[in-house]
Design a protein around this ligand. Structure first.
Ligand SMILES: *Cc1c(COP(=O)(O)O)cnc(C)c1O
Length: 356
């Protein structure tokens, strides 16, 4: 028998990987370093114990959607929930992208935006970020007008560079676009403002804000993500979602997590404080540092090769993300903010490795 033949347009794509090396300090995937509070496990157990797993789950996840709607002061018809924000992004592209349509990304940015676009048969159009990876409203407007995409992706704070987009950048994209403007806010709670602030204005039917429980909520393992958008966007996503795509267990995890909002906000506060400490320490070393509004920091050793520095950190049992060979990020590394102890280990290791 001959080998199974992959779709022609997928043959050049690779799956998404992040190197996992066995180390003591893991600061490479932007997860929260905290587990959920002890009360969470007990509450979740009680909820799960009451679920009738012989029955299909609530297909429209109405309880979880109502809770999220309450959190953002919108109607449940403006919320779509899926298995992590990556599935939210995939649903948007299946419904509003696809063959004959296009998505615009501003590189360097989260690799999954263009990857998922390609997997869904959506053409990927690329524009460049300005100096220091920032987006400038007039340039964004020009790029959007020029590309005329069906979907524009913004990522704020941007992974892996850390900067947050000014609201006027989002507004410029919306004004120039006839299609959707998706703002991926996986790190939104670490930043001082959100594109959700814009939704209070009328006439913003094109704005889609995507959020996740993976980073700020310390629930990467539970796979819960959602979007806030016009009901027409939500119904589009419901057309392409598989029936019962969100298990009863996932819905329960999301609902119970929302009972611990105060705890989540306290931890975000701690991480923001730690981010300041790590940034200050990096600024004393022989590295370029980009200001971050997320739970990670991008930096570039000035006199040593990025990959070599990454390797030397691994030898000190500290794992960061090696972006040094990525397009436009020559020599760069990205460190996730961890607990105070983990950050201290990172700071000491990087100080030894790059010098002052
Ligand atoms: C981590 C991350 C996500 C999260 O994806 P989930 O599927 O929700 O775990 C989404 N967008 C960006 C930019 C990220 O960095």
């Amino acid at each position: 028998m001959s080998e199974p033949r992959l779709r022609d347009d997928l043959s050049a794509l690779e799956g998404y990987h992040s190197a996992q090396v066995d180390v003591e300090v893991r600061l490479n995937t932007n997860e929260s370093p905290f587990t959920m509070p002890p009360g969470f496990a007990a509450a979740l157990e009680a909820r799960i114990g009451a679920i009738e797993l012989n029955r299909y789950p609530d297909r429209s996840a109405s309880a979880l959607r109502s809770r999220l709607a309450g959190l953002h002061g919108v109607s449940p018809s403006e919320i779509f929930v899926a298995n992590g924000s990556n599935e939210v992004l995939q649903s948007i592209l299946l419904a509003f992208g696809g063959p004959g349509r296009s998505a615009l990304v501003f590189e360097p940015t989260y690799a999954l935006h263009s990857h998922i676009a390609r997997v869904t048969g959506t053409d990927v159009l690329v524009a460049e970020r300005g100096p220091d990876f920032a987006l400038i409203a007039s340039e964004v407007a020009a790029a959007v007008a020029d590309a005329a995409p069906d979907v524009v992706f913004l990522c704020s704070p941007n992974n892996p560079t850390g900067g947050v987009d000014d609201l006027e950048v989002v507004e410029a994209a919306i004004e120039a676009s006839a299609g959707l403007v998706v703002v991926d806010e996986a790190y939104g709670q670490f930043a001082a403002h959100s594109a959700l602030d814009l939704r209070r204005q009328p006439g913003l039917e094109q704005l889609v804000v995507v959020r996740t429980f993976s980073k700020t909520w310390a629930l990467a393992g539970a796979r819960v993500g959602y979007l806030v958008a016009h009901p027409a966007v939500v119904s589009g996503c419901e057309v392409v979602a598989l029936p019962y795509h969100l298990s009863a267990l996932t819905q329960a995890a999301g609902e119970v997590a929302l009972d611990f909002s105060d705890e989540m906000e306290r931890k975000v506060g701690l991480l923001i404080e730690q981010r300041g400490r790590v940034e200050a320490a990096l600024r004393e070393l022989d590295v370029d540092v980009w200001p971050s509004s997320a739970n990670f920091i991008l930096f570039r050793p000035r006199r040593r090769e990025g990959h070599q520095v990454w390797q030397d950190l691994v030898e000190r049992s500290v794992l960061v993300r090696d972006c040094s060979s990525w397009d436009r990020l020559d020599g760069c590394l990205r460190v996730t903010i961890g607990t105070e102890e983990e950050n201290q280990r990172f700071i000491e290791a990087v100080r030894e490795v790059v010098g002052k």
